[in-house]
Ligand binder design. Sequence first.
Ligand code: ACM
Length: 269
Amino acid sequence: MKAGCYQFDPAFGEKEENLNRVASALKNADLNLLVLPEFFATGYQFRSKDEVAELSESVKSGQTTEFLCGMSREKGIYIVAGLPERDGDKFYNSAILTGPDGLMGVYRKTHLYFEEKLYFSPGDTGFKVWDTEIGRIGIMICFDWFFPEAMRCLALNGAEIVAHPSNLVLPHCPGAMPLRCLENRVYAITANRIGTEDRTEGKPLKFIGQSLIVSPRGEVLANAPAEEETLLIAELDLKSARDKTLNPLNDIFKDRMPEAYEAILKKER
Ligand code: ACM
């Protein structure tokens, strides 16, 4: 099966334009799963809760969900994409999964980064995995990668592919993903964005690009440059994500010793 991601430079607040860019990029693309960046249709750097309210959507019936469901149906593909979600009076940094039959589910970002904490509630969905005809897909969003527990939970919940919509600004993630994949034996697709947003005085954000697709052996199968719009595609063989053995005596899941990991369950601040 073929999976990929589209790295580009979304224009803040220009939803129609950003959706059209995705539609153009997909026109001749040959893939089964597409991952788009975090907040791919709205841009990232919100200045107020009013702006979040204006650009956020219900994931059940919003414009972005309709667009993604339409693309999934038309192309017969699965899509994971990030959007600001409104649910009553709460906002979440979310990502949805759509397939040929429509909306399959939503993941709400667990670990909020920097000023996201001013506008969004921490996610309450946990690390969910969806069983699809192309494989078991789990989702985490951007800064979630910094917490190894996120990808571990996805892998333990059965993910074969981790879709990772991102708006990375720190330099470390592209170097870290091979290790995350190796220690969990899963594929990961980090769909990052490029460009700069400078909407809050003195706090410009430069997004680092370098989207990448990594195998369960920690090999980088495809990677994008730091500053160029890129549609990245790689061939995945999910059998290798189901095999957790290292040798006849080691299985990285069966060898886990949860009784020794008590510290992880304590919340200390
Ligand atoms: C990030 O989590 N968008 C850095």
